[in-house]
Every structure is written in structure tokens, then in C-alpha cells.
Design a protein around this ligand. Sequence first.
Ligand code: DX5
Ligand code: ZN
Length: 227
Amino acid sequence: MNPVFPSILSTDFYDLKDKLSKFKSGGIDFIHLDIMDGHFVDNLSFGPSIVQPIKKDFDFKIDSHLMVSNPEKIIPYFIDAGSDWISFHIEIKEGTEKNIEMVKKSGKKVGLAINPDTNISALFPYIPRIDYVLLMSVFPGYGGQKFITESIDRVAGLKEKVRSLNPECLIQIDGGINTTNTGSLHKEGVDLFVMGTSLYNSGNIEEEILQILKTMEGEKNEKAGIN
Ligand code: DX5
Ligand code: ZN
């Protein structure tokens, strides 16, 4: 699986098809959808009706990040729309268990997202039963924000816990990701990288994806003692 998950939140929607075709030729497998309800976050984005048009021509898998106050209401719509992965926020105190079960029962992968100011220990009881954690490295609501550097330490703590509770559980990071931080984040244990703005600003999306993958190779080689 390609670890780069492009977010379409900050794309020029007039050009969406062209961007999707570049993602495809860049070897992307998953598109990340940022779903906002104007309540859990101030902003509004799009709904489940965008899933099929994105899958239609390019055969992408869809990862839906639900930044909503009532995930239990919208999860069934994303399941029916064909989203392959679905995450919702741990900050929603009620219904976490039930929502995890609802997604799992449908055969989709389930993730829990966590804001930068929520203690990662809130995730621990659920890690044995989820497929991925979405660690926010900016406060959710907008694309194009600056990466919060402390997120690197949070990855290290989370990775240690994931190793002992459920080594299959992947760590995904989201917000302000670019070639300057992917290498160190990968080294700390991040598996998947959601990226929006830095891909669109790069001038050449396919080349930028290659550069990101290279930053991870560098870390791998360093670990193996290869220069
Ligand atoms: C923020 C979203 C992110 C964001 C990523 O609420 O969850 O997915 O769009 O975009 P960049 O890479 O612009 O931070
Ligand atoms: Zn997101």
C-alpha cells in the first residue's frame, strides 16, 4: 500500500479529475476525505456523495475522516457509499464502542482520530480493536496549517503502546505533512501520511510523491546502516 494518502480538501475542485489522474500515475492507492459538519469543527466540506465519483474512473480506495459530532448518524451513509476505511474522533465521548462495531461489522477498516490536545492514553482501551489511529498534527478544520512539532513525540509514545497492544494497528498522521517531516515521522513509527497542501503546491505531484517515499527510504537505510 502506498503510504501517501492525498487529501482533496485543499484541491482546486475545478481540476479534481486532473489531480486524481496525477495521483493514480503517482502510484497512490487511497484518497483521504475530510468530512466536516460545521459543529465538531467550524468548517463544512462535503458528504458521502463524493465517494462514488472518486472511485468511478480511477479505482481508488477511500479513507473517510469524519470530523463530526454525531458519527453514528453518518457512518452508515459512508459504508453504503463505498468508503473502504472510516475514522471518527475519540473526542466524541459517547458511542465509541458501538461505532467501532458498526464499521467492523460492515467489513470496512475502522480508525480513531485524535486531536493534538487530547492525551493519547484516551486511545489505549480501543487500540486492540481498531485498524488505525489517525493522529492529528494540526487542529482539524482547515488545510494548509503548520505542522505541530510536538506531534513527533506523541508518535513515539503511541507507537510503543501500539506495539504492545495491537502491532497490526497502523499509525496515520494528518496535518502540515511535507518532505521535511515525513522522514523523522516514519522513523518514529508513522505508517501512513495524509497530505494536501504540500502536494498541490509542489508543481509536480508525481515527483513530490517519489520524493516523499525517498525520505522514508533514507530512514530505512540509516537504520540498516546503509549509506
Ligand atoms: C484538517 C484535515 C487534513 C488536511 C490535510 O482538518 O484533516 O486532512 O486537509 O491537509 P494539509 O496537508 O494541507 O495540512
Ligand atoms: Zn483528515
